[in-house]
Design a protein. Structure first.
Length: 408
């Protein structure tokens, strides 16, 4: 009986799930919350340049959908995705060297959801997964939320070492190996064709799923495109390829997809039914209309041209502002540069002072599944113009000139 004004004896509030308490939030998003203010040169984000969105073309696509298919656009849809979009995605994938049918595709609410669905479909608590070292940190979040034990595979400036991968597969018996082999986040590295073939061979011989994440692959500035691992011999029945429109069309549309073998795609469909029923219909139809009426490849080429200039501006200035002994990667595309400062620097400890100079980066430590290299950092070069990049590097140089962070 509820009595107004009476004192109610309250018990404790039930605890949150242990996985929420143990995994924590995204360090990148925590940094963005701090530096999201006017005047900051922000090298921390992984956001595409908003001024390069084809806003007019996307708006036209939405208008056309509402003019001709408003009822369908605002209605529930199948979990697998709108057929017209799945057919368009299958055709794009096939043209790039991987024969694909519409039934091989599941549309997801961003490729990040694809990772969550795969974790649900493949992982039991305590299972082991293998990842690159360093690794895309939101993937680490997903796998840890699923209760997985995450083990990093050694590599070098050319990416993961296939021999080390095989040794870990034999020893750890993992469920899968997760990789971003083209313009990797955070390092910008691209795995060579020879290593991709070797990775596919390990998966074929040792019974291993490969999750191949490709959000940046179309953003190539120079060099020749490298085929997907999914197209290598032996990988056909055990590789899931993830794609996204976030970096080439617009991230706010939240459109991604996964392509994989029938049984696994079906398992992910069931997981998605429990997660959100389906990805918003209107966004799927607008994307399909855009693909039908606009030249996405030409648009991506224009974006990549601008990103190329911005990458070069950052590369040109790094040597003048970083301390002696610093080294960095030179990616052929994508969005990121990976920097290692000399021994004794801790980029996490240094960040507050850097932010006080109105510039920001992401410390490298959160990207490691195991022992981190605390002298590393990720710089995103795509969201600022060359003059702004130069100013941001100047501010960063002021911090190093003051002697901060060198362990002295």
């Amino acid at each position: 009986m509820n009595v107004v004004g009476s004192e109610v004896r309250r018990g404790p509030v039930p605890e949150l799930a242990s996985r929420v308490r143990s995994v924590g939030g995204s360090p990148v998003r925590d940094i963005l919350a701090v530096v999201d203010r006017p005047g900051v040169v922000n090298f921390a984000g992984g956001l595409p340049a908003p001024e390069l969105f084809d806003a007019d073309g996307i708006a036209d696509a939405y208008r056309a959908v509402f003019a001709g298919q408003a009822g369908r656009a605002l209605q529930y849809a199948t979990t697998e995705g709108e057929p017209v979009l799945r057919e368009a995605l299958a055709a794009r994938t096939s043209r790039r060297g991987l024969p694909t049918g519409a039934d091989d595709i599941l549309v997801t609410t961003g490729s990040q959801q694809a990772l969550s669905l795969l974790a649900t479909a493949l992982l039991e608590p305590g299972d082991t997964v293998l990842v690159e070292n360093p690794c895309y940190l939101a993937a680490l979040q997903v796998f840890r939320f699923a209760g997985a034990r995450v083990v990093a595979v050694p590599g070098d400036a050319e990416g993961v070492d296939p021999e080390a991968l095989e040794e870990l597969v034999v020893r750890e018996r993992p469920k899968f190996f997760y990789t971003v082999p083209t313009f990797q986040n955070p390092t910008g590295r691209t795995l060579s064709l020879a290593r991709r073939v070797a990775v596919a061979d390990v998966a074929a011989r040792r019974g291993l799923w490969i999750i191949e994440d490709d959000p940046y692959g179309e953003l190539r500035f120079e060099g020749e495109r490298v085929p997907w691992i999914a197209s290598c011999d032996g990988a056909e029945d055990r590789t899931v390829l993830l794609g996204s429109f976030s970096k080439v069309m617009a991230p706010g549309m939240r459109l991604g997809w996964l392509r994989g073998p029938d049984e696994l795609v079906r398992a992910c469909v069931i997981a998605k039914q429990a997660a959100d029923l389906h990805t918003p219909t209107v966004n799927q139809l607008a994307a399909a209309r855009y693909l039908a009426e606009r030249d996405l490849d030409a648009h991506v080429g224009r974006v990549a041209g601008v990103y190329h200039e911005r990458r070069d501006a950052m590369l040109a200035g790094l040597g003048e502002v970083l301390p002696a002994g610093a080294v960095w990667e030179r990616p052929e595309g994508g969005m990121f540069l990976w920097v290692r400062l000399p021994d004794g620097y801790d980029t996490t400890a240094l960040l507050p002072q850097v932010v006080r100079h109105d510039v920001a980066y992401v410390p490298g430590a959160p990207f490691y599944a195991g022992e981190p290299d605390r002298a590393t950092m990720r710089l995103c070069f795509v969201t600022h113009t060359p003059p702004e990049i130069g100013e941001g590097l100047r501010r960063l140089g002021e911090v190093f000139e003051s002697g901060a962070g060198d362990g002295s």
